[in-house]
Design a protein around this ligand. Structure first.
Ligand code: MLT
Length: 276
C-alpha cells in the first residue's frame, strides 16, 4: 500500500513511557483514526489510499496492538486517550483535530472528548455505542478472557471474524476476510486480555452526548452484527450537532467493506468543518 509506513515514537504518557507505532501522511486538518479491538492501524489502509489530499491522516496502533509496545493490562479507555494526547503533542499537531473512532476506538473517542475537549474540531463515530457493558456483556467479557487464557486467542478470532463483517463481505470478499484475520492474528494474548478487561470496565458515555458541541458524524454499517443500528440512531438523537449516514453493504468494519461511501462521507464532513 502506497503512503503507508509505520514509524515508532517514545511517548511520556501519564501511565508511563511507552513506544507507540503510527502511520502519518497527507496534509491539512489532522484526522486521527483510532482502531477497535482486537485490531490495529492497518485497518485504515483504504483511508490512507483516499484521504491524503483532504487531511493529515494519523493512525496509531494503540498500546499493545500492531507494532506498539505491549505493557501490562488492563487497558482503560482513558489510558488509550492519554496515549493519543501524548502522541499529538509529540507530532506537533497543535491545531484542533477530527477524531474518527471505530468500535473500541469510539469508546476511546468518548474518553478523549471528556479529557481533552479543547483538542477536538469534530468527531466521527463508526460501529460504536455510548452505553457501558451491562451485566450480560460483562459476563461475556469474563467468559472470553477465560476462553482465551485456557485455549489461546485463535478461538476468539474464529468466533469474532464472521461478526466483524457483513454476511455478504464474509461470503464473497475473501481478500477482506484474509486481511482482517491477519490483522487480528497480530494481536498477542496479553493484549486481548488487557483490552477485554478495559472494555468490561469502561464507563458509560451516554451522559456525555448532549454536552458535545462539536460537529459529529455517525457512520454505522448497515449490517453491523456487533453494534446494532439503533445505537447510532440513539447517539444521533442525543448529540446536538450530529449527522447520521448509514453505510450500505457493510458490517462492523464499514471503512474497509465500503471505503468509497465511507471516505466520501468523511470528505464531505471535513469540508463542512473547514468551512465553519
Ligand atoms: C471492537 O470492535 O472494538 C469491539 O467489538 C468492541 C466491543 O466488543 O465492545
Amino acid at each position: 500500500m502506497t503512503h503507508y509506513r509505520s514509524q515508532k515514537i517514545q511517548l511520556d504518557s501519564p501511565a508511563g513511557r511507552v513506544e507507540i507505532a503510527y502511520s502519518q501522511a497527507g496534509h491539512g486538518l489532522p484526522l486521527l483514526f483510532v482502531h477497535g479491538y482486537p485490531l490495529n492501524c492497518r485497518l485504515w489502509q483504504p483511508q490512507f489510499a483516499d484521504l491524503l489530499d483532504t487531511a493529515r491522516v494519523i493512525a496509531p496502533d494503540l498500546r499493545g496492538h500492531g507494532e506498539s509496545q505491549v505493557t501490562p493490562g488492563p487497558y482503560s479507555m482513558e489510558m488509550f486517550a492519554d496515549d493519543l494526547n501524548a502522541l499529538l503533542d509529540a507530532l506537533g499537531a497543535s491545531e484542533k483535530i477530527v477524531l474518527c473512532g471505530l468500535s473500541m476506538g469510539g469508546y476511546v473517542a468518548f474518553a478523549f472528548a471528556r479529557k481533552y475537549p479543547e483538542r477536538l474540531a469534530g468527531l466521527i463515530l463508526t460501529a460504536t455505542r455510548a452505553a457501558a457493558d451491562g451485566p450480560e456483556a460483562k459476563a461475556g467479557r469474563d467468559q472470553a478472557m477465560q476462553t482465551a487464557s485456557e485455549n489461546g486467542s485463535k478461538v476468539i478470532f474464529d468466533a469474532m471474524l464472521p461478526k466483524l463483517l457483513s454476511p455478504d463481505t464474509f461470503a464473497h470478499r475473501p481478500d477482506i476476510v484474509a486481511q482482517v484475520r491477519a490483522i487480528m492474528e497480530h494481536t498477542p494474548l496479553e493484549t486481548i486480555l488487557a483490552d477485554l478487561a478495559g472494555l468490561r470496565d469502561r464507563r458509560d458515555s451516554t451522559d456525555l452526548l448532549p454536552s458535545l458541541r462539536i460537529p459529529s458524524l455517525l457512520l454505522p454499517g448497515e449490517h453491523d452484527a456487533i453494534v446494532p443500528l439503533h445505537e447510532a440512531q440513539a447517539m444521533h438523537a442525543a448529540i446536538p450537532n450530529s449527522q447520521l449516514q448509514i453505510i450500505p453493504q457493510a458490517g462492523h468494519l464499514a471503512n474497509l467493506e465500503n471505503p468509497r461511501i465511507f471516505n466520501q462521507a468523511v470528505c464531505d464532513f471535513l469540508g463542512r468543518i473547514k468551512n465553519m
